[in-house]
Design a protein around this ligand. Structure first.
Ligand SMILES: Cc1cc2nc3c(=O)[nH]c(=O)nc-3n(C[C@H](O)[C@H](O)[C@H](O)COP(=O)(O)O)c2cc1C
Length: 166
């Protein structure tokens, strides 16, 4: 028998979601005590231009969950194909995620990837529950563009950007 999620076939749901290509981000924060936290996220999206808001969805079962919902700020790093290995590492529970040299810190001590396609720094405006995730809404206070092209996440793989369809 196929696994059902509230009446929806779980495999079909996951498979349908995997047909939606997205970018990949590495999201970081720093707790009041100075501990750094990070997770890989494809659920990043623009929410509002004025005020400038973005969102990212975080699993309530993540080890870093408590740190992110208590955070004052978080940083969204939009990653390039060169970061695929790193993105896999930051998607691995229990990994040593802050090996020396990966991140550089801003004045507030928040970690950013120096060669990301873009780095978006946010104040945590709201954390809105959504099923087994929480929607972290960030008010953007700084955005920087890097030189690399972003990577694409599609059907469980990291891909380079394709050609124009028009
Ligand atoms: C490409 C990719 C995208 C992911 N996107 C999300 C996401 O949007 N939200 C999320 O909570 N977890 C996402 N994950 C899984 C988390 O990165 C992973 O569970 C992470 O280890 C959670 O942090 P923790 O180690 O503190 O538990 C994604 C994993 C991959 C490989």
């Amino acid at each position: 028998m196929t696994e059902q999620l509230q009446g929806v076939d779980a495999a079909a749901f996951r498979s349908a979601l995997s047909r939606f290509p997205s970018g990949v981000t590495i999201v970081t924060t720093r707790s009041a005590g100075g501990t750094l936290h990070v997770f890989t996220a494809s659920s990043f999206a623009a929410l509002s231009l004025d005020p400038p808001l973005v969102l990212v969805c975080l699993d309530q079962g993540a080890d870093c969950f408590a740190a992110f919902i208590a955070a004052e700020q978080f940083v969204v790093n939009i990653v390039t194909p060169a970061h695929a290995k790193l993105a896999k590492k930051f998607a691995t529970k229990g990994a040593d995620k802050f090996a020396h040299g990966t991140f550089e810190s801003d004045e507030g001590g928040y970690p950013a990837l120096p060669d990301a396609a873009a780095v978006i720094r946010c104040e945590l405006e709201q954390a809105v529950p959504g099923g087994d995730h929480v929607i972290l809404i960030g008010r953007v206070h700084d955005a920087q563009i890097g030189s690399g092209e972003p990577v694409t996440w599609y059907k469980g793989d990291f891909l380079r950007l394709g050609e124009s369809a028009t």
